[in-house]
Design a protein around this ligand. Structure first.
Ligand code: NAP
Length: 241
């Protein structure tokens, strides 16, 4: 299993839990010291490469190096993501979210899809969000980026379902609020799940090759409610400024 964005939060917990279950795990991220710590903790079960997903050509080459070193890839988890952060320029902040969450995602998704198609089989897991289901004034670019990847994955899933040439599973993980550096100190959250609990549930869904995974489980209810809520009401939500 290769995890793109394994240096903190959900990705780091997944690396640990997968290694404990006997998976050979590859991890990436920009913070090399975090990858070294994981290597020290997980030993021979863990391989790593420093990677910035916004450097698309280099990220693709780095992924291939990791695959070669590990002797192959059967599952890739595209987890790298950023949310809104305080910035002097809203435009720059919004562009960075798109660079990481959309362009970085699509680049590696495409590489992984080609690899698995050639191999005939594989599993792509994309970490989207409950935020993919509706826009919020507080995090418009983040919600938009997650809506993009969920819709994008659905299109690819249709392609996989229609093909008898290859057997590729695509899992769209939609976490609600989960404890991590991303949510640290953010206001207005509720039902904030423990990282290890959310990841344990997610790993179970990955192993069961689910198309959709809601973690923690109660967020499935929120997703269901959002889908039933008319846009007339969603357009008048007051979440942040
Ligand atoms: N926590 C939540 O409540 C929540 C809810 C819904 C969805 N999610 C999604 O879950 C995923 C993981 O988030 P998290 O909550 O675990 O947050 P986190 O602790 O901040 O982890 C983010 C991960 O993304 C990586 N990353 C960020 N920018 C990158 C870049 N340019 N190149 C490569 N890697 C990059 C980080 O690695 P480096 O900084 O080392 O590069 C880190 O490993 C994200 O896609 C997030 O949108 C989280």
């Amino acid at each position: 299993m290769i995890i793109i964005g394994a240096t903190s939060g959900i990705g780091a917990s997944l690396a640990r839990q997968a290694a404990e279950k006997g998976y050979l795990v590859g991890g990436t991220g920009r913070r090399e010291e975090r990858l070294i710590s994981l290597k020290e903790a997980l030993g021979d079960a863990f391989f790593y490469r420093v990677m910035d997903v916004t450097q698309r050509e280099s990220a693709s080459n780095t992924l291939q190096q990791l695959i070669d070193e590990m002797g192959g890839m059967d599952i890739i988890v595209l987890n790298s993501g950023i949310s809104n952060y305080p910035s002097s320029s809203v435009t720059a902040m919004e562009q960075e979210i798109i660079d990481v969450n959309v362009s970085g995602f699509v680049n590696l998704f495409g590489r992984a899809f080609s690899y698995f198609r050639e191999q005939g089989t594989g599993h792509i897991v994309g970490i989207s969000s409950i935020a993919s289901l509706f826009g919020t004034s507080r995090a418009a670019p983040y919600c938009g980026s997650k809506a993009f990847i969920s819709t994008y994955m659905q299109g690819y899933r249709q392609r996989c379902n229609a093909s008898d040439q290859f057997n590729i599973t695509i899992t769209d993980v939609k976490p609600g609020f989960v404890k991590s550096e991303m949510t640290d100190g953010k206001r207005g959250m509720f039902w904030v799940g423990e990282t290890d609990v959310a990841v344990r549930q997610m790993l179970k869904d990955i192993e069961n090759k689910k198309s959709y995974s809601y973690v923690t489980r109660r967020w499935r209810l929120v997703a269901w409610l959002i889908k039933l809520t008319p846009n007339l009401l969603l357009d008048r939500l007051k979440i942040g400024a």
